[in-house]
Design a protein around this ligand. Sequence first.
Ligand code: NAD
Ligand code: ZN
Length: 377
Amino acid sequence: MPSLKEAIESRESAERQTVQVGMGDRSYEIRIARDLLDRLGEETSDLLTAGAPAVVVTNDNLAELYGAKAIAALEPTGAERHLCVVPDGETHKTMATLGQILDFLVERKCPRQTTLYAVGGGVIGDMAGFAAAIYLRGISYVQVPTSSLAMVDASVGGKTAVDHPMGKNLIGAFHQPRRVVMDLSALDTQPVRAYRAGLAEIIKHGVIRDAELFEVLEKEIEALANRDPLLLAPIIRRNCEIKAAVVEADEREAGLRAILNFGHTLGHGVENLCFQSGMLHGEAVSIGMAGASLIACKMGLWSGQEHQRLKALLQAAKLPVAIPPLDTDALKDRMLRDKKVFGKKLRFVLPVRIGEVEIRDDVPESILLAAIEEMKD
Ligand SMILES: NC(=O)c1ccc[n+]([C@@H]2O[C@H](COP(=O)([O-])OP(=O)(O)OC[C@H]3O[C@@H](n4cnc5c(N)ncnc54)[C@H](O)[C@@H]3O)[C@@H](O)[C@H]2O)c1
Ligand SMILES: [Zn+2]
């Protein structure tokens, strides 16, 4: 990989970037540039089957802005186009909404050659991707992420899912997209809080795999939080490279891919208990990373100084690092119900130095409980 610092300094960054995800005959390309949504037809016409429809799935918050734009941009392909609009938000990442998408496809008699376009944040990407995985036993789809989190994480790697009342992402499938088209200009309209939540997964990638990225973030976090266009392209590209490398090595999470769950053991527990109150996924992951860091510190895996460094970066990104008032037993119960629990043991991804983590299922309960109490608001 070329140095990230050099890429930022050379200002090559504003230009179009591509990242390959190598998965044999299911390999695909991630394309990153401003205004790509306007060119969605040209960018993906080679994937379409003549005579088969293109279905854009989006939510009611983005339909007017990006859904309509995607439909217009697909005109040159000559495909019959449909816009499927579902309700916005994590609370609608459900079997019921998935059913709406499937009904939409069935009612229009969409054939197996149909291509789905997931236009939106991680919720739309996960849900439309899952619909594509199971409709007629699988149709092809394109990820068109519009949120920071979806660009750096959710749109790459082929994990698709909906939530269940008992936990997040409990029902899903692995199904790789045929292409990922990232229009950086879409980030201009993302509300600041949601945009910042996406920075949590960027920081995660730095901690698990890339000390250089972490150092760049420490220096540039304010500019990144302000969406400096010269930083966005190289940083998003680097995040895609990291995610692609992990997914290429371990698509189905038999081992290495689990490191991407750094911050998600405690994070999913907090998110499950708090998402009705509007907590965002990235915010819960931020709290989860601060928690995993504190646990690692208490277990002597990494130093208090490294813990402070990570916490300072999260706080500089204006992300939460404290657990909101909630019942510790309920939180433990939620974590134990998470699908990443093996047997009855909680599995944590713990940092050992910036850029390297370990997967551990031997965190003593006393340390976990002490960390939770210490982190409460
Ligand atoms: N599949 C994976 O590998 C993976 C990885 C990480 C996260 N996820 C999932 O992603 C979801 C979180 O994604 P998210 O943070 O994008 O949430 P989201 O999809 O709910 O988007 C956040 C909010 O921003 C709005 N929005 C998105 N783009 C916008 C834009 N350009 N302009 C204006 N508003 C915009 C959305 O409508 C929504 O209200 C979670 O469900 C999480 O489980 C999946
Ligand atoms: Zn996540």
